[in-house]
Ligand binder design. Structure first.
Ligand code: FAD
Length: 392
C-alpha cells in the first residue's frame, strides 16, 4: 500500500499544473496516468504546436451552465501568468491570429516544462496505471489499481473530457463524480466538424478542400472566420466554434458575403460587368467553384444586366442567409473538447473542491467549463489546476 497527501487522476494539462503547485507547497503528490505517457493531448494540440493560451481571456470565452464559475480561477491565474512561465523556460512563441499563442517549435516543450517542474517539486508520476475503484476511507480515499492499493488524503480528478478516445480519454472522471453524488451536465462533442446528410453530400462533396471566409450563426451566436468543405461535411475555425453551441437538428445560417454593403457591392458591378454572369462576378468574392455551386443549387446565374436592382438585393440576401441542416457532427472521435461535464453547482469556484465530499476536487475539462477555440481550454486547465494546487 502506498500513501500520498495528494493523488491526482490524470496526467494532462490540469493535473500536471495542480501537481506542480501542490509539490511546491511540500505536499507528497502522486499523478496517476492511464496512458503510457503524460500530456498526450498537449502533444497533439494546435497541430503539434499547442495553442497554450490567448492574449484576451474573458469569462465570455467559456460555456458553462454557470457562466460565473470560471471567473475566480481565471482571475487568480490568468494568461499573463502562464505566458511569464513559458518565457521563463525560454520557450519561443508567436501569435497566430486573434490573440492565439502557439509554440514556435513544438508542443513537446510545454510537456517538458511541466515534467521538469514536476521533478523539481518531487511529484511522483505513475504512467500505465489503471485505477479500478475509488472508495472513501477513514483518512481520505483508497484507490484500487494495477499497482495495488493507493491511499490519498486528497483526491483530484483531472481525467479530461471524452474527446479522442484513441489517445486515452475515458469517462472515469464522470463516473467517480456520480459515485460521490455529483450531477453531470449532459455531455456532447464540441469544437467538432459537422457532417452532411445524403442530399447535401451530393451537393457539396466535390467542394472538399475549398475554404471560404464566412459568418456562421446558430441560436443567436455567430463567429466570423474561415469555413472549410470536407469530404464528409464542413469544418474550419468558424464551424468548430459554432459546433460547441449547436444542438442536434438545428440549422446553421451561413453568410457568404459578410459585408455591410453587400448589395451595393453587387449593384456597383452591374454596369461595368453587364454581360458577366452572376456566378463569375460572385467568383471574385468567394472561391469560383463555390460561386458556381451556390448558383446551381439556389440562385440561377444569368448575365448581370438581366437582374433588376431588387433581384440583386434578393441574391445578396440569399447568400447572406444560406441555410444548412447538418446531419450530425463527427463526434468525440475528432472533437477537440467535451461540452458539459461535472456540474459546477457542487464545486467551490475558489478551490474546485467538492461541496459534497471534502477532500475531493475536480479540475480541467472534466468540469462543466468549456472554452472556445483559441487557447481557452488550456487556460482553463492551467487556471483550475492552479486554484486546486494552492489548497490540496
Ligand atoms: C486534437 C486536439 C487539439 C487541441 N488543441 C488545443 C489547443 O491548441 N488549445 C487549447 O486550448 N485546447 C486544445 N485542445 C483541448 C485541450 O487539449 C483540452 O481541453 C485540455 O487538454 C484539457 O486538459 P485536462 O488536463 O483537463 O485533460 P487532458 O489534457 O485530456 O488530460 C486528461 C488525462 O487524464 C488521463 N486519463 C483519462 N482517464 C483516466 C483514468 N481513468 N485514470 C488515469 N488517467 C486518466 C488521460 O489519458 C489524459 O492524459 C485540443 C484538443 C484536441 C483533442
Amino acid at each position: 500500500m502506498i500513501n500520498f497527501d495528494v493523488v491526482i487522476l490524470g496526467g494532462g494539462a490540469a493535473g500536471l499544473m495542480c501537481a506542480i503547485e501542490a509539490g511546491k507547497r511540500g505536499r507528497r503528490v502522486l499523478v496517476i496516468e492511464r496512458s503510457e505517457k503524460i500530456g498526450k493531448k498537449i502533444l497533439i494540440s494546435g497541430g503539434g504546436r499547442c495553442n497554450f493560451t490567448n492574449l484576451q481571456v474573458t469569462p465570455e470565452n467559456f460555456i458553462s451552465a454557470n457562466p460565473h464559475f470560471c471567473k475566480s480561477a481565471l482571475a487568480r491565474y490568468g494568461q499573463a501568468d502562464f505566458i511569464a512561465w513559458v518565457e521563463c523556460h525560454g520557450i519561443a512563441y508567436h501569435e497566430k491570429e486573434l490573440g492565439q499563442l502557439f509554440c514556435d517549435q513544438s508542443a513537446k516543450l510545454i510537456v517538458k516544462m511541466l515534467a521538469d517542474e514536476c521533478r523539481t517539486g518531487a511529484v511522483r508520476i505513475e504512467t500505465a496505471c489503471i485505477v479500478t475503484a475509488v472508495e472513501r476511507s477513514a483518512d481520505g480515499f483508497a484507490l484500487q489499481s494495477n499497482r495495488g492499493e493507493i491511499r490519498a488524503n486528497t483526491l483530484v480528478i483531472a481525467t479530461g473530457g471524452l474527446s479522442v478516445p484513441k489517445i486515452g480519454a475515458t469517462s472515469f472522471g464522470y463516473e467517480i463524480a456520480k459515485q460521490f453524488g455529483h450531477k453531470i451536465e449532459p455531455t456532447r462533442a464540441g469544437l467538432v466538424p459537422f457532417t452532411f446528410d445524403a442530399t447535401d453530400l451530393v451537393r457539396y462533396r466535390d467542394l472538399s478542400g475549398v475554404s471560404v471566409p464566412v459568418e456562421v450563426a446558430c441560436r443567436r451566436r455567430s463567429f466570423s472566420n474561415a469555413m472549410l468543405f470536407t469530404h464528409r461535411g464542413i469544418s474550419g475555425p468558424a464551424i468548430l466554434q459554432i459546433s460547441s453551441y449547436w444542438d442536434a437538428g438545428e440549422p446553421l445560417t451561413l453568410n457568404f458575403l459578410p459585408l455591410t454593403n453587400a448589395s451595393e457591392w453587387l449593384r456597383a458591378r452591374r454596369s461595368p460587368r453587364a454581360d458577366a454572369e452572376l456566378k463569375t462576378v460572385l467568383g471574385e468574392f468567394v472561391p469560383k467553384r463555390l460561386a458556381q455551386r451556390l448558383c446551381e443549387i439556389q440562385i440561377p446565374s444569368r448575365p448581370l444586366r438581366q437582374y433588376a436592382p431588387r433581384d440583386l438585393q434578393e441574391v445578396c440576401e440569399q447568400l447572406q442567409r444560406w441555410t444548412i441542416h447538418p446531419e450530425s457532427t463527427e463526434g468525440y472521435r475528432s472533437a477537440e473538447v467535451t461540452v458539459g461535464g461535472v456540474s459546477t453547482d457542487d464545486l467551490s469556484s475558489m478551490t474546485m473542491e467538492s461541496r459534497k465530499v471534502p477532500g475531493l476536487y475536480f479540475i480541467g475539462e472534466v468540469v462543466d467549463v468549456t472554452g472556445q477555440l483559441g487557447g481557452f481550454n488550456f487556460q482553463w486547465a492551467w487556471s483550475s489546476g492552479f486554484a486546486a494546487g494552492q489548497v490540496v
